[in-house]
Design a protein around this ligand. Structure first.
Ligand SMILES: *Cc1c(COP(=O)(O)O)cnc(C)c1O
Length: 386
């Protein structure tokens, strides 16, 4: 099976993890802060907080921004469920903004229309979570302008987008947001097996997230205070979690990030070949905004089932039967049973649902060979001819 995404693990990656196993610290040793420093430096953010997953990172990012019962978080339906679930973990509510059908990202004008209505209803969101779908940035400048006007915070779910650029700068520098989240799950751009990171330029948010990542416990105590018992002392000052990344994971991340830019270039080369080879087929290839340099986590085509007999389903089945691990990203979150039970229904976000009915993610990962890619395209040609 040619998968839709796959990690790339080198001998150096393996050696760096093994070196941690032979060292004194399996967790909370020197690798975690070193990895944080490398990511922060790469993307030019003031702070990086390594976390055990992007899901956990989204959770504590929301808590650090004060999201709680009575508040609302808005995100896009075309994302992994974690972007929305983060709000529910905090006891807040979720609502969605439909996508732009060309970029598959949250539509800034749909956001504006929804904000105007929410202002009248007194239900403005506290946080908006735009997602860098497939690795391409949303229109962050427009979203940030709306943030200033309507007073919401912004968390960029850039799980797909480490190594991507927006207006010539690396995603993660938080130029248009409070916090940016990366994921290091094996299908993403670089991996730590499980893992995530929160980037911010705000000292206070960074301190809060560091606290929440580790039980809400601090050892940074005032030694002159009458409460100071001695050097063994720690204080729990918030209700935190164990969301820490291990040193084994961070060692893998340190080794992987050295290849980040190469990986993104390889993904671009694969995307250019797909663009070229699919040019004359009845499919829509991913549009690239000139403001953006995508990380190309995913290469999503849309099958144009306009009146023909060939449906997305038949194309998908044909590719799978030929041992090509195509996938669909994503089932609109609001149509999931859990979200339907909260009151959402099919029909709520037509652009997202239209996208979902046509989308297929083709194999896209740095070590995809030319021969395998040619086989994917040949098989797709057959599938489309019915
Ligand atoms: C992968 C992903 C997540 C969750 O990442 P984990 O590290 O697996 O928790 C969240 N949001 C998006 C958009 C993702 O693709």
């Amino acid at each position: 099976m040619i998968p839709y995404g796959r990690q790339d693990i080198s001998e150096e990656d393996i050696e760096s993890v093994v070196a941690v196993l032979r060292s004194d610290f399996l967790t909370q040793g020197p690798c975690v802060p070193k990895f944080e420093g490398l990511v922060a430096k790469h993307v030019d953010a003031a702070h990086a907080i390594a976390i055990n997953s992007a899901t956990s990172a989204l959770h504590i990012a929301c808590l650090a921004l004060g999201l709680g019962p009575g508040d609302v978080l808005w995100t896009t339906p075309i994302t992994f469920v974690a972007s929305a679930n983060a709000a529910l973990y905090c006891g807040a509510q979720v609502d969605f903004v439909d996508i732009d059908p060309v970029s598959f990202n949250m539509c800034a004008s749909a956001l504006e229309v929804k904000l105007q209505q929410a202002e009248k209803d007194g239900r403005l969101p506290k946080i908006v979570v735009p997602v860098h779908m497939c690795g391409q940035s949303p229109d962050m400048a427009a979203i940030a302008r709306l943030g200033d006007r309507y007073g919401f915070h912004i968390i960029e779910d850039a799980s797909h987008a480490i190594g991507a650029k927006y207006r010539g700068e690396f995603v993660g520098n938080c130029a248009f947001s409070d916090i940016t989240i990366f994921s290091f799950h094996p299908v993403k751009i670089i991996t730590t097996a499980e893992g995530g990171m929160a980037l911010t330029n705000n000292d206070e948010l960074a301190a809060k997230m560091a606290l929440l990542r580790s039980h809400g416990i601090t050892r940074d105590l005032d030694v002159s205070s009458s409460d100071y018992d001695g050097p063994w002392q720690y204080q729990q000052v918030a209700l935190g979690f164990n969301y820490r990344m291990t040193d084994m994971q961070a060692a893998l991340g340190i080794s992987q990030i050295a290849r980040l830019d190469t990986y993104v270039q390889q993904r671009h080369a694969i995307a250019r070949r797909y663009d070229q080879m699919l040019r004359d087929l009845p499919v829509t290839t991913p549009a690239q905004n000139t403001d953006c340099f995508s990380a190309y986590h995913l290469y999503v085509i849309k099958v144009e089932n306009s009146g023909g007999t060939v449906s997305r389903r038949s194309v998908f089945d044909h590719l799978r039967a030929a041992n090509i691990g195509v996938n669909v990203h994503y089932i609109p979150v609001h149509t999931q049973p859990y979200y339907r039970a909260l009151g959402f229904a099919p029909g709520d976000y037509p652009n997202s649902e239209q996208y979902y009915s046509q989308a297929i993610s083709l194999p896209m990962f740095p070590k995809l060979t030319d021969a395998d890619q040619a086989y994917v395209v040949e098989t797709l040609v057959q599938a489309l001819s019915g």
